[in-house]
Design a protein around this ligand. Structure first.
Ligand code: CTP
Length: 478
């Protein structure tokens, strides 16, 4: 297929694109993508395709766009300044890419004395930019795009000259114009001779830039490229710069449950009738697994005890797979003591008393009588422990009628602290589905409060529950 660049479009279309992109605050390229997305919307042959998740839709707030953004790699515009440390910027490109960060390089004129645009392009797998007056990229104000179509601008090496230009607001070449037009965070990796770094002018410029919110990594102390010279001025190592960039792009998540041990039960239980048959229920285990993943992400040490489900084990969680209610109780007891226990499993209330050792056969006498006996109530057993009772015990109440009243009664009967109540009538689609509508019942002495949450995905319910637990854990450390 012949390649189509925006430059090759006719002037009327270009003018329309420029106007439309300026109005929407997007680059022309981005605007073209949106227009194509709009065209494809509503065309079943496209919308049914699996690739639709990454097609931008007309509405930038639509879930399609958010999903595309969420899965996209973070983007860095890397400005390489003209200093001997520029060779390390090539390694930095690799280090950023190793971290799944998309890199677009800009080389100053002086940088090209040390490294070539070809090397930067080859390593970044992207076109490299060098000229403010480049008709290929500047017909639609490419410097603005380079400044904004990214999540972070990294300047490495940031020379004394580049820092001075930034501090003064110059824009006479591509690098300084990008830095002046930027509305993204900027990270500098200064590199210069120690005398230049300590010069009063550089000190003033560095202080101005810091006041302007520009971040810096390095410079480090050490030997200079100039023979016999040492001091502060060496550019930070590529790995240090890449880690500093990553902290901007993927800030560490808060870990409010760090140091807490959390136990979760999930899924159905299977109660054998004979070696090939069992009693089960429709639980998918999705809600319990989502809670385990959310608690793990919040820093907790999580043990998940799951009945038979078709889900993969959440990363970083210790998972014990069981079949029956009695096995589940045993595994729960072995996992104690814990700080927080959440019983999301849909445990079968009964099991078959006279479980057949061999497959039950049809006989002339008719159906074999199945005698049911009650299973141990895991939640009630753990809630009532004298010893080793977790500081916070949370149950679920799966109801098909009188949701809140039944859940209140269950909270009292089981002796737990909180109950997450949900309506599992078939019409709600909750059992086995991806969404949940829950009410959180919390007990303070005899007082029960009910907090009704809107319909959410099971992951969102999990995140909200973990956030509530984190607040409670801070208020009442166990
Ligand atoms: N539960 C349990 N062990 C059981 C039965 C239930 O640990 N043998 C827990 C569930 O994991 C849930 C809570 O108890 O946290 C309530 O479960 P639910 O099925 O709603 O209620 P049941 O106790 O089974 O009562 P009922 O069938 O009368 O509604």
């Amino acid at each position: 297929m012949a390649s189509l660049t925006i430059r090759k479009l006719d002037e009327t279309i270009k003018a329309y694109l420029r106007l439309r992109s300026a109005k929407n605050g997007r680059s022309v390229e981005e605007e073209v993508r949106v227009i194509l997305g709009e065209l494809i919307q509503g065309r079943p042959e496209f919308t049914a395709a699996p690739s639709q998740a990454v097609l931008p839709s007309a509405d930038p707030r639509s879930p399609t766009v958010r999903r595309a953004d969420a899965t996209a790699q973070p983007r860095v515009t890397l400005i390489i300044g003209g200093g001997i440390a520029a060779y390390k910027a090539l390694d930095l490109i690799r280090r950023l890419k190793e971290r799944h960060i998309h890199v677009r390089c800009v080389l100053t004129k002086a940088a090209q004395q040390f490294v070539t645009p070809l090397a930067a392009s080859a390593l970044s797998n992207e076109r490299c930019y060098t000229d403010l007056f480049d008709p290929e990229s500047e017909f639609d104000a490419g410097h603005i795009r380079l400044a904004r179509d990214c999540d972070l601008i990294v300047v490495a090496p940031a020379t004394a000259d580049l820092m001075a230009k930034m501090a003064q607001g110059h824009a006479d070449d591509l690098a300084s114009a990008i830095l002046l037009a930027a509305n993204r965070p900027i990270l500098l990796a200064p590199a210069m001779n120690p005398l230049m770094w300590n010069n009063a002018a550089t000190r003033r410029n560095a202080a101005t830039l810091e006041r302007d919110g520009v971040a810096m990594v390095g410079p480090n102390a050490g030997e200079m490229a100039e023979a016999g010279e040492a001091g502060v001025g060496r550019m930070a190592e590529a790995l240090e710069i890449a880690s500093a960039a990553e902290r901007f792009l993927r800030p560490p998540q808060p870990r409010p449950l760090a140091g807490k041990r959390v136990l979760i039960t999930a899924g159905p239980t299977h109660e054998p009738i004979d070696p090939v048959r069992y009693i089960a229920n429709r639980s998918s285990g999705k809600q319990g697994f989502a809670i385990a993943a959310a608690a793990q992400a919040a820093g907790a040490e999580v043990t998940l005890i799951s009945g038979p489900v078709e889900l993969s084990d959440p990363a970083g969680v210790l998972v014990k797979h069981v079949e029956s209610a009695r096995e589940m109780l045993h595994r729960v007891e072995v996992a104690l003591p814990v700080d927080i226990a959440i019983f999301a499993a849909a445990v079968a209330d009964w099991r078959v008393a006279n479980e057949g050792e061999q497959k039950l056969k049809k006989t002339a006498a008719g159906m074999p009588p199945l005698q049911l006996v009650e299973n141990p109530d895991i939640l009630a057993t753990i809630s009532k422990l004298q010893d080793k009772r977790p500081g916070l015990v949370i149950g679920f109440a799966a109801e098909t009628e009188n949701l809140i009243d039944n859940a209140k009664a269950k909270l009292a009967r089981k002796g737990c602290d909180w109950i997450v109540a949900n309506d599992v009538s078939p019409a709600t689609g909750i059992m086995g589905g991806d969404r949940n509508t829950v009410h959180l019942l919390t007990r303070d002495g005899a007082e029960i409060s009910v907090d009704s949450w809107p319909a959410m995905t099971k992951e969102q319910v999990a995140a909200a529950l973990v956030a509530r637990i984190a607040t409670a854990a801070v208020e009442k450390p166990s």
